[in-house]
Ligand binder design. Structure first.
Ligand code: SF4
Ligand code: SF4
Length: 226
């Protein structure tokens, strides 16, 4: 007789006695059905077959093309469409393109942007005195890039944001500003995608006749006078 075939007998606190005439509670649970187990085959008991099968599987995978990347030695191939962290566009004279309008700060879902605007004598009139992005809050949604009327903030291809302290992730103007040439590919992609300066868009509207950004359809890209 197998040990599973019967309820083990012996001393111990057994189930509470059922009163005469009363229906036993949890009758189905105490029925103690017999556990049926399949006998293992000789191959399964020796474990040779499954072992050889696993070795063969591993061996065949050795000659296949890698589908994983050995990061960080192998970096990711970046394209202008990548949503890295947002950065600010720096003009040739080293000043930011930003006019501190505050639109990006207003639209940012996790409130990651903080701008303190200030006056300037240049024709631009306003510029950010401080411009801070908390990269721990930023979800890289690109709303700021989409809303900016000056193409002053764009998503970069930088995706490795590391630091030891919380302050390392709070980027200020000095860290955020990147030369426009460095961001040329993304800026070109932004113009193409949002069709802000596309003069042809007014002549040939997209199917449905709705411009993605009707404010700018047909206008020339203004020269950077500031
Ligand atoms: S990418 Fe999105 S979350 Fe990050 S700063 Fe811009 S608007 Fe805010
Ligand atoms: S939306 Fe553009 S111009 Fe306005 S504050 Fe943000 S970065 Fe500057």
């Amino acid at each position: 007789m197998s040990p599973h075939d019967a309820t083990p007998a012996g001393p111990g606190p057994g189930p509470a006695p059922v009163a005469a005439g009363a229906a036993p509670r949890f009758a189905a649970a105490v029925a103690n059905p017999k556990v049926l187990r399949r006998e293992l085959t000789l191959n399964e008991r020796l474990f040779v077959g499954p072992f050889v099968k696993a070795l063969w599987y591993t061996f065949t995978r050795m000659f296949r093309k890698d589908i994983t990347r050995r990061y960080p030695e192998q970096k990711m191939e970046v394209k202008p469409t990548l949503h890295g962290v947002p950065v600010l566009v720096m003009k040739e004279d080293g000043a930011p393109r930003c006019v501190a309008c505050g639109l990006c700060e207003f639209v940012c879902p996790p409130r990651a942007i903080d701008i303190q605007p200030g006056e300037t004598d240049r024709p631009i009139e306003r510029e950010p005195k401080t411009f801070v992005i908390d990269m721990l809050r930023c979800i890289e949604c690109s709303y700021c890039e989409e809303v900016c009327p000056e193409e002053a903030i764009v998503m970069s291809t930088e995706y490795e944001v590391v630091g030891r302290r919380r302050e390392d992730f709070v980027w200020d103007l000095k860290k955020l500003l990147k030369p426009a040439q460095e961001l040329a590919a993304r800026i070109a992609w932004v113009r193409k995608t949002y069709k802000r300066w596309d003069a042809a868009a007014e002549i040939a509207p997209p199917p449905g006749g709705v411009f993605r950004d009707p404010r700018w359809a047909g206008r020339e890209r203004p020269v950077d006078s500031h």
